[in-house]
Design a protein around this ligand. Structure first.
Ligand code: NBY
Length: 830
């Protein structure tokens, strides 16, 4: 090889400060095409990202080649959502070159923080489910597991939220507007995906009945690959996202007839498949385009998985030993039928063999028990859009029901529960049931949620397959959520126990005794205060509200949903406001209520709750009689980037869902890991967090899942009586209903009051209110005892080791996927 190129290649991979600086300057000119005087912050971001990407590519190819040469079993994580956020700090930190990069930029006269801030936030997800997928990618790479993410390269991510007069207004999120330096387009990796048409029956070469799908419309799926850098930079996995491409860009027939728009119409319609992420986080709205998105990315991914397998194999017997396919909720569940179609129709595998292979490969994670979120697609839609899949689903169903114990027992009620088809009303395909019977393992995301799965939605399936449902309590990546987001605390921890905790979070255990060390407590508080100052500055910039850094930062950040009960929080805020005004001479502990989160655009009640919080904030924040002891701030456009600033700064973490409704939660873990104390119900993973941090270090209140259930089942619950018996609650509701917070429109909040009073209060806000207020008072009282509060905060951080997604992913690997870590062989490039 030419010696000059060789030196250049080594230079381009070098991690030292001077080499980094030289690459930045070179990339700016030769790839971004700007000179240093004209370069904007965005130009510098692209420059740095490209230079960093150079330092990833060799190891990426090593990783891919190692998987290929050893023909290892891989795990494929199929998810309609990957909420990855920004990647620059993440790549630098996982490569271990944050400081080098900072210095290199310093020498050019630039600040790394400003460069980092120019990166758009990749919001290819709605909330917990999408962020979990992103944490799993980080953990799979960091544990050297051969894992791939498969999803959609949405042109528009989750909408940008702005407030106009306190109302949520949605704007398109154009994250790709200025290009994406992390991705590699793969125009040669292209798969056809069919829709519509009809099924033709014919006899195959040996005279057996066979089927082909004809007269269909085709769209192409084109791959875009993003490297996923593991901690330490050894394993670099791949996130492969599909973009829709038309089979024909241009219809010359139409064009020649002068129909210019019509000539490109088909292209635009086809490519709409990857245009935009659906913004619902807990409701299924049954849109045809959404269903087509699900099939589009699932089919392309399965074709890609089979192509990769066939590089080493000539039949499909070994597929379950080479490919574990994880369904992130039911969104890719049509993959069960698609795998059967690919094996039976395209590769002439016998039905029973194909079914055994399919079950051997697939597993399914359930993320919710809320009935409105369980996907059920109309049979008529499937018949029209995927006619062959509908046949296959009928066939799977018939064989399954025939062998079920319910059939043997002639138990029709149970049979109808087990059926893939919901026969009530318009007939629908239950995607959860399809995912369940097509998988060898099905998991819930917290101990309580898994238990409830067994008792409720999947009770009949659990009786039929008692070993299939397992628990995998969620986790979060300690790299992003502590090491990167919270430098002050991260440095403090490292100063005492070294860096090992970054890839083995259970090492935090060793710090528990430090809770009793005055000096450590002082340093812990100093780190928290730095983070609070940073958040206060950010909130002031974004909202104009100035907050007291020494107040208790009381944080509820998550999607806005009635079951998450932001309403209960704001009602308690009003009650606290009243108390402060009633007793102006009391020395109040200053409290700042911080909210953030998006509402699904069509979820009117959630949007009304946002408006209420903003209206309450307007009154409270301008009332001199509370002497700045209470502030209410709603930060617009919550996303991963905002979360990285909020989590480290929180004192109190609000996890107050109606028990039985939050499958797990993961924000609860991020906040506790960063030293916030939780005020919460016994719901989702809160139960396990309580066990980990200890009863004395958490504020638990409210009904249990069982109690909530029986209260509702009993039918005797009367919110009116409860309100009547609680003067603080009654007063807060009266203020809302008489327009104290909405003088311009006093009846604005009647729908909210209605849902509580006449609507039966489905989410039990009134039932839990009193207990919630007591728990809150306890928390505020404790906050005055600085040393004791800090001690508990430290015990929260140091007890959260188990909630690392490294642990979660390790359990999936051992108990569901059967994949093993492998350290990539190094190529001859170093
Ligand atoms: O998944 C969340 C759960 O609510 C949360 O408790 C859990 O911690 C997290 C990770 O397991 N579920 C969630 O985020 N769900 C969605 O984002 C979602 C998105 C789309 C649809 C349904 C749910 N949909 O039907 O379109």
């Amino acid at each position: 090889m030419d010696a000059r190129y060789r030196t250049r290649d080594i230079e381009r991979r070098s991690l030292d400060v001077d080499a980094l600086k030289r690459s930045f300057l070179e990339w700016l000119v030769y790839s971004v095409g700007k000179d240093a005087r004209a370069a904007t912050r965005r130009d510098w971001f692209h420059t740095v990202a490209l230079a960093v990407r150079d330092r990833v590519v060799d190891r990426w190819m090593d990783t891919t080649r190692t998987y290929y040469t050893h023909d290892v079993k891989r795990v494929y994580y199929l998810s309609l959502e990957f909420l990855i956020g920004r990647l620059l700090t993440n790549s630098l930190a996982n490569l271990g070159i944050i400081d080098e990069c900072r210095q290199a930029l310093d020498r050019i006269g630039l600040s790394l923080d400003e460069v980092v801030d120019a990166e758009p936030d990749a919001a290819l997800g709605n909330g917990g489910l999408g962020r979990l997928a992103a944490c799993f990618l980080d953990s799979m790479a960091s544990r050297n597991l051969p894992g791939y993410g498969y999803g959609i390269r949405y042109e528009f991510g989750l909408f940008e939220q702005r407030f106009e007069h306190g109302w949520q207004v949605e704007y398109p999120e154009q994250w790709l507007q200025f290009g994406n330096p992390w991705e590699f387009a793969r125009p040669e990796v292209l798969y056809p995906v069919q829709f519509y048409g009809r099924v033709e029956e014919f006899r195959d070469s040996v005279g057996e009945r066979a089927y082909r799908w004809v007269d269909s419309e085709r769209v192409l799926a084109m791959a875009y690959d993003t490297p996923v850098v593991g901690f330490g930079g050894k394993t670099i996995n791949t996130l492969r996202l599909w973009a829709a491409r038309a089979t024909r860009d241009f219809n010359f027939g139409h064009f020649n007839e002068g129909a210019y728009m019509k000539a490109v119409e088909q292209k635009i319609l086809s490519e709409n498949l990857s245009r935009v992420l659906y913004p619902n986080d807990a409701t299924e709205t049954g849109k045809e385009l959404r269903f087509k998105q699900e099939y589009f990315f699932t089919s392309a991914s399965l074709q890609d998985i089979l192509r990769r397998y066939l590089q080493h194999h000539s039949d499909f017997d070994q597929l379950p030993n080479k490919a574990a396919i994880q369904l992130n909720d039911t969104h890719p569940a049509i993959g069960i039928a698609e795998m059967m179609r690919l094996l039976v129709d395209q590769h002439a595998v016998k039905w029973d063999k194909a079914w055994e292979i399919t079950q051997g490969c697939f597993s399914y994670t359930n993320h919710t028990l809320l009935p409105e979120a369980l996907e059920a697609w109309p049979v008529r839609l499937l018949e029209r859009v995927l006619p062959r899949h509908m046949q296959i689903i009928y066939e799977i169903n018939a064989k399954f029901l025939n062998r079920s114990s319910a059939r043997a027992a002639h138990d029709n009620a149970r049979l109808s529960h087990l059926s893939l088809i919901d026969e009530r009303g318009d007939r629908r395909v239950r995607m959860g049931n399809l995912a369940f019977i097509g998988s060898h393992k099905v998991n819930g995301v917290s101990a309580l949620h898994t238990e409830l799965m067994k008792q409720t939605v999947f009770a009949d399936f659990h009786a039929e397959f008692p070993d299939r449902i397992v628990n995998k309590t969620n986790g979060i990546t300690p790299r992003r959520w502590l090491h990167q987001a919270n430098r002050p605390l991260s440095d403090l921890i490292t100063s005492r126990i070294g860096e090992g905790w970054i890839h083995d979070l259970s090492a935090l255990d060793a710090l528990k005794p430090k809770a009793d060390d005055v000096v450590f407590r002082e340093e812990f508080r100093r780190a928290k205060r730095k983070n609070k100052k940073r958040l206060a500055a950010y909130l002031a910039r974004q909202t104009g509200v100035e907050i007291n850094v020494d107040s208790l930062f009381d944080v509820q950040v998550k999607r806005i949903h009635e079951y998450k009960r932001q309403l209960m929080n704001i009602l308690q805020t009003i009650a606290l406001y009243n108390d402060m005004r009633d007793s102006p001479t009391v020395t109040w502990t200053p409290v700042t209520k911080i909210f953030a989160g998006k509402a699904a655009p069509a979820y009117h009640m959630a949007k009304l709750i946002i408006k209420l919080i903003n209206d309450v904030g307007k009154v409270v924040n301008h009332d001199p009689s509370v002497h700045d002891n209470l502030k209410v701030v709603f930060l617009p456009n919550y996303n991963v980037t905002a979360a990285e600033i909020i989590m480290p700064a929180a004192d109190l973490s609000e996890q107050i869902s109606t028990a039985g409704m939050e499958a797990s939660g993961t924000g609860n873990m991020k906040l506790a890991l960063n030293g916030a104390l939780t005020i919460g119900t016994l719901d989702g993973a809160n139960v396990e967090i309580k066990d980990a941090v200890g009863d004395d270090n958490i504020f638990i209140f409210g009904l249990t899942a069982e109690e909530a259930n029986s209260l509702r089942q009993g039918g005797a619950y009367n919110p009116r009586d409860v309100i009547g018996a609680n003067p603080a609650l009654k007063r807060a509701l009266d203020m809302i209903s008489t327009g104290v917070f909405s003088p311009d429109d006093p009846s604005r909040y009647h729908p909210i009051l209605q849902s509580l009073i006449d609507g039966g209060d489905h989410f039990l806000v009134t039932a839990d209110f009193e207990d919630y207020c007591t728990a809150h008072d306890d928390a505020v009282a404790l906050y005055r005892d600085t040393e004791e509060w800090t001690r508990k905060a430290i015990l929260n951080t140091t007890s959260m080791g188990w909630f690392s997604s490294d642990r979660t992913v390790g359990e999936y690997a051992d108990e569901i996927w059967g994949v093993k870590p492998i350290i990539p062989d190094e190529g001859d490039h170093r």
